[in-house]
Design a protein around this ligand. Sequence first.
Ligand code: CMX
Length: 434
Amino acid sequence: MPLKEKLAKKIPILREEVKSLVKEHGQKVISQATVEQAYGGMRGIKSMVWETSLLDPNEGIRFRGYNIPEVREKLPKAPGGEEPLPEGLFWLLLTGELPTENDVKEVTKEWQTRGKVPASTWKILDSLPKKMHPMTQFSIGIMSLQPTSLYQQKYNEGIPKKDYWDPMYEDVMNLLAQLPAIAAYIYRRSYKNGKRITPSKKLDWGANFSHMMGIDDPEYYELMRLYLVLHSDHEGGNVSAHTTHLVGSALSDAFYSLSAGMNGLAGPLHGLANQEVLRWIQNLMKKLGGRVPTKEELSKALWDTLNSGQVIPGYGHAVLRKTDPRYVAQREFALKHMPKDELFQLVAMVYEVAPDILMKHGKAKNPWPNVDAHSGVLQWYYGVREYDFYTVLFGVSRAMGVLAQLIWDRALGLSIERPKSVTTEWLKQEVTKM
Ligand code: CMX
């Protein structure tokens, strides 16, 4: 059954479930907020619904109930490949069901068909300084597609609220189909000869992305597929997901919403950490005259970083309390394909040394590595050495999760977000009454 038809069948069922859940249990308390949480990034307060994934502090992410090893095993692969196809993950995120090989082929075909980027987008990108950060170019590239929004057009025509999800689905499919070409062109114009590479009708979404970046190595295709799966979704409270969802709640279309989410991903505490990790490691090697440090030298460098008030990039997490399984999956890929690589060995050494130091330092609640601690070194190995670009790769992947949820946001008719804020003065008065 085509993806849209499958989704159309699921929507009325969940709508009814949500309706009766709210009717029967609407007043039950699921979370409370403390003063500390109000100042501390609202950490842990349960007040948002996110259907596509759920994060367990110890086990890590589950996409629609499937953890990362399960997703790697169960999702269809490219012929001869071993890593899951991102198209299959999108199917799973959107429908909650594992796709067949044929379902995945259909999504690949659909994204190939919808992949033509309007000439106006190329023109806008060409007008930007080549030295502009790739994430800024990416966000502008997404915004440049906004005039193509069918959702906005249908909204203006007055379609009923229950049908909002339909043009949203169309916009999301077009946007996902076009994102790799936009991202790849940003890579080509910023770092290569600036020539656009035409997508191939023979390649899947991830492989086509590598192809358009100018990398036609089957092993990198595999890495790209894995990378795009791993970074896609991490429940709703992280900055990129929450921002996309928040902006969408004002009934802004997918282009406004995703572009806003990407601006959040561009922050150094979020998606930019992947480039920071490699910068940190390479600065350290430069200081040592280009050689791999000993464990003692590495420990000293980690302490120096902490003592100068900086964070160790790629370590810690707002929710996770164990090594991120997305880190583990990338480590497994590295052990299989590049075990002798010097930078990988250094990343592995940081994994041996940093958690103990962070525990001794005593501040970070989670001393273990997150997804960003490993991704850069894999890109570097396959020749993508322009680390300012790494967050764009993250962004193409993250788009799948946040946009799948955005369709559900409209399908469920979720309200405009408007939590209550208070002032410090209000809090000071209120706590004295407790
Ligand atoms: N190095 C040094 N100190 C750290 C740290 C790290 N890697 N991680 C957390 N801390 C510090 C915090 O800065 C905070 O210090 P203050 O009390 O002085 O503000 C303290 O430990 C407590 O923080 P926390 O509750 O453990 O962590 P938060 O939920 O506030 O923040 C995160 C989470 C990811 C922003 C933080 O761990 C961090 O800055 N890590 C490094 C950057 C990074 O890897 N980001 C990528 C995360 C994954 C992603 O979203 O892409």
